[in-house]
Every structure is written in C-alpha cells, then in structure tokens.
Ligand binder design. Structure first.
Ligand SMILES: Cc1cc2nc3c(=O)[nH]c(=O)nc-3n(C[C@H](O)[C@H](O)[C@H](O)COP(=O)(O)O)c2cc1C
Length: 189
C-alpha cells in the first residue's frame, strides 16, 4: 500500500513539474530595429513563443533621416565598427534557452549594433535563430557575418521576412515558426 502511495505521489509531482515547465517559455527575442518593422516582427515572435522581448539600442541613436542613416550605416559597415550599445537585462545564463536574434538587412549584412551585441554578450553554445527583415535583398551575407562574430553559437536556419504590410505579419511568422517546428500549435491570433 505504502509503495502504491509513494508511486502516486511521485507521479503527481512529476505531472505538476511538467505542467509548470510547459507554462513558461524560455525563449529570448532580442532585436534591433530602426524604422519599426523588425520590432513589429519581434513582438509577433515573442507573442507566439512566449519569449522575453529585449531591444538592442545603440547609445547614440541613428539619424531619423533615411539618407543620413543609410550613409552612417555605410561608413560603419566599411569600418566594421562596433558602436556602443545600451546594457541589456539578460536573464541568468541558466534561465533562458534558444535566442531569436532580429535585425534589418543593412547593406547586405547586419547593422553594426548587432555586431556590438555579439562582442559584448556571449552566445557560446546557445541555439540562435536569426530573423532578418529586408527590402528585397533577403538575409544577404548576414548569417555568414553572424557566424564569424559568434563561431561557438549554434545558428539555425534564419527566418527571412520581406518588409511589407504589417497586417499579414502574424500569419506569416506563425507559418515560419510552425514550419521550423519552433512552435507546435497555433496561438490562434
Ligand atoms: C541603412 C539601411 C540599409 C539598408 N540596406 C538594405 C539592403 O542592403 N538590402 C535590403 O534588402 N534592404 C535594405 N534596407 C531596407 C531594410 O532592410 C528594411 O526596410 C527593413 O525591414 C527595415 O527594418 P526596420 O524597420 O526594423 O528598421 C536598408 C535600410 C536601411 C535603413
């Protein structure tokens, strides 16, 4: 009888622990965005996965004028600069799992604040799912550049999202996440 009771209690404890694990996502969704599209994508990913959303911000914001921003980005790209970024409140290393890392395609690669992020914070041994928004150039050579900056991270196939209407974004992202088995059920929104 005692053995039966012990088994039942153990089963109940395991069931509760499993339930608790299932309710909290350990994904992180870290993103840089200039005009807001990558931010919109990041919010959808966070909502669909339950991941914690963290914005990557340079200390000195980029110019609001498009041409000025393009020019500055071009100079930073050619210098392979590491612009200073604000501190991110990352959870303790054992408190998070896979990391979504989002950015717009800038000059065929990553905006340099993303390079600063990879220099400042270690993603060694982490699963990283890049998501790149773009105006027609796809992910360019950004994945290659990410791998050079963080050779010990485990980069997965990136989600590549062309900039267009924000209204279709949730549906598209959900399909990408389901196709890549990053979520298993539709969140229904
Ligand atoms: C500085 C700069 C450089 C860009 N370079 C490219 C590029 O090389 N290829 C491309 O497809 N889109 C390029 N774009 C377009 C952005 O990738 C696209 O609009 C992106 O989705 C915007 O994301 P955001 O709203 O989060 O900033 C560039 C945009 C800017 C501002």
């Amino acid at each position: 009888m005692k053995i039966l009771l012990a088994c039942a209690v153990t089963f109940l404890v395991l069931l509760l622990a499993r339930k608790a694990r299932g309710t909290k996502s350990d994904f992180l969704v870290i993103y840089f965005s200039w005009s807001g599209f990558t931010e919109a994508a990041a919010k959808v990913i966070s909502q669909k996965t339950g991941g914690l959303l963290l914005e990557l911000e340079p200390i000195k914001p980029y110019p609001e004028d498009y041409s000025d921003c393009v020019e500055q980005a071009k100079i930073e790209q050619s210098k392979q600069a590491f612009p200073e970024i604000k501190d991110l409140k990352l959870p303790e290393p054992d408190q998070f799992g896979p990391v979504f890392l989002g950015y717009p395609n800038w000059w065929g690669s990553i905006p340099r604040p993303v390079a600063s992020f990879l220099k400042k914070y270690s993603l060694d041994g982490r699963t990283v799912i890049p998501f790149c928004t773009h105006g027609g150039g796809g992910a360019g050579r950004s994945l290659m550049d990410l791998k050079i900056l963080a050779p010990e991270a485990d980069f997965k196939k990136p989600l590549v999202i062309r900039v267009n209407d924000v209204a279709s974004l949730p549906r598209k992202i959900e399909k990408l996440l389901l196709d890549e088995r990053l979520i298993t059920v539709s969140s229904g929104t």
